[in-house]
Write a protein that binds this ligand. Structure first.
Ligand code: SF4
Ligand code: SF4
Length: 167
């Protein structure tokens, strides 16, 4: 056998061994990710993450404890809270919030356009009765942008209370 042919055969087998070794190395690295790593994905929606305590998701105003002070609207950097109120009817009983503050005004509108909200949390921080909170409810996608505008005096939104407010 000539020297050139011997060299070619040697290179052939060297390449073959190199191919087998690099394939095994690749499979070893892949196997570490297949069997050696704790899964990070979950089977949503059957399984749901428990969010950190201070997560800021959908806003909820428990309107029965709102005193119409408008501090939340004044603190909001994007002006997406719309509040209206009027004087209580003559002779009506002055109710109190759950933290003992008198409710002197009748709340007639409390709307938040959450499509504009940047979830900064300032409105909840200034609320003196703590009725305005960031819930842990993150499933509120809508088909239209107007659907993101929530009227907190509407019965369907008031009904969120059972799910959101922890008593
Ligand atoms: S969390 Fe949203 S609604 Fe509240 S102050 Fe920030 S931007 Fe305004
Ligand atoms: S700050 Fe609180 S109590 Fe005052 S208007 Fe806003 S939600 Fe109501």
């Amino acid at each position: 056998m000539s020297t050139a042919t011997t060299e070619s055969v040697r290179e052939y087998f060297a390449d073959m061994i190199n191919g087998v070794v690099t394939t095994l190395k690749g499979m070893w690295i892949t196997s570490k990710y297949v069997w050696g790593v704790t899964p990070v994905s979950i089977e949503y929606p059957e399984v749901r993450e428990v969010l950190p305590e201070r997560s800021r998701m959908r806003l909820f105003n428990d309107v029965q404890n709102c005193i119409s002070c408008t501090q939340c609207a004044m603190a909001c950097p994007v002006d997406c809270i719309y509040i209206a109120s009027e004087k209580m009817p003559e002779g009506s009983e002055i109710k109190k919030t759950s933290n003992g503050q008198p409710i002197r005004l009748l709340l007639t509108q409390f709307v938040i356009d959450t499509a504009l909200c940047c979830y900064c949390g300032l409105c909840t921080t200034v609320c003196p009765t703590e009725c305005l909170t960031h819930s842990h409810d993150y499933e509120f996608s809508q088909y239209t942008i107007d659907g993101m505008k929530y009227d907190y005096l509407a019965p369907d939104v008031i009904a969120w209370r059972d799910r959101i407010v922890k008593t």
